[in-house]
Design a protein around this ligand. Structure first.
Ligand code: NAD
Length: 273
């Protein structure tokens, strides 16, 4: 699995240690990023949702990752234990990757107005937005030499995308949180950014009603007329997490083959006008 992606090898992350959250399987964006970081010499620890151990431990093995911790971001005790395990293994860290989100299925289909419930809305906000603030506070405590945090967002924060609904609202909060965290932690030399990939074939996308359509339309309506690649997302993560990204903080970087900036779809009518 480690060889599945063509991640450039090098030493951009040599001497850097950090945490990657959100690996569920080999298609997870977190896995692509972890693969790239290891290929550039990073020492990576993985946080995974309790219950996923069998698959994640086997995957981690393919990259030689030895530090793993089951962490549910809604559970303070598991957060405490996960960060303590990394502090013990690494001493301090230089980077943190927040690549997780969740909304109940009934909150990501159909009418946003009709289907939103208080409980579903708060669950999505808690796991998908608040958790980044909580992780940033804990990461900061073991990042004495500065560093870099990234999170993963989606265009549904800026545009009303069919079915994305509550998750879009949570991503908007996540992006705003990114700027506030960047402001707070900037003086400590910690950069904080968000990547906004186009639709990619992962478990999370499968949970969204009409997820396949998001993929097909994302490709068709993109400037490059292609899918967002794992290599492209992992490459952007590498830029922001390594010293290459030293002057960039508080940004939301689109990595979506140019989908976000297109105005109207191509049409023969428009060409004739
Ligand atoms: P994924 O399903 O592989 O990853 C989501 C991860 O969230 C899983 O590993 C899951 O275990 C974890 N998670 C859920 N609830 C958790 C909790 N309470 N505590 C700890 N972990 C929890 O899917 P993915 O597409 O790789 O998603 C990663 C990130 O990328 C998400 O923030 C997602 O919104 C974002 N993103 C995905 C796409 C896409 O099209 N796939 C596009 C843009 C942004």
């Amino acid at each position: 699995m480690a060889d599945e992606y063509q991640m450039p090898k090098g030493e951009l992350m040599k001497g850097k240690k950090g945490i990657v959250t959100g690996v569920a399987n080999h298609q997870s964006i977190a896995w692509g990023i972890a693969t790239q970081l290891v290929a550039q010499g990073a020492e990576v620890a993985l946080f995974y949702l309790p219950g996923m151990e069998r698959r994640v431990i086997a995957l981690a093995d393919t990259l030689g990752i030895k530090v793993l911790a089951p962490v549910d971001v809604t559970d303070d005790a598991s957060m405490d234990a996960g960060f303590a395990a990394v502090a013990e293994a690494f001493g301090s860290i230089d980077f943190f990757v927040h690549a997780l989100a969740f909304a109940p299925r009934d909150q990501i289909k159909g009418s946003f107005v009709e289907n939103s419930t208080r409980e579903g809305f708060l669950t999505a906000m808690n796991i998908s937005a608040y958790s980044f603030v909580d992780c940033a506070r804990r990461a900061n405590a073991i990042m004495p030499n500065g560093g870099s945090l990234i999170t993963l967002t989606y265009l549904g924060s800026e545009r009303a995308i069919p079915n994305y609904n509550t998750m879009g609202v949570a991503k908007a909060a996540l992006e705003a949180a990114t700027r506030y965290i960047a402001r707070d932690l900037g003086p400590a030399g910690i950069r904080v950014n968000a990547l906004s990939p186009g639709a990619m074939r992962t478990l999370s996308l499968a949970g969204i009603s009409g997820g396949r359509g998001m993929l097909a339309q994302g490709r068709a309506l993109s400037a490059l007329k292609e899918d967002t690649s794992m290599e492209g997302v992992a490459g952007a993560a590498l830029w922001l997490l390594s010293d290459l990204g030293r002057s960039t903080t508080g940004e939301v970087v689109h990595v979506d083959a140019g989908f976000h900036m297109m105005g109207l779809p191509d049409s023969d009518d428009a060409a004739d006008a």
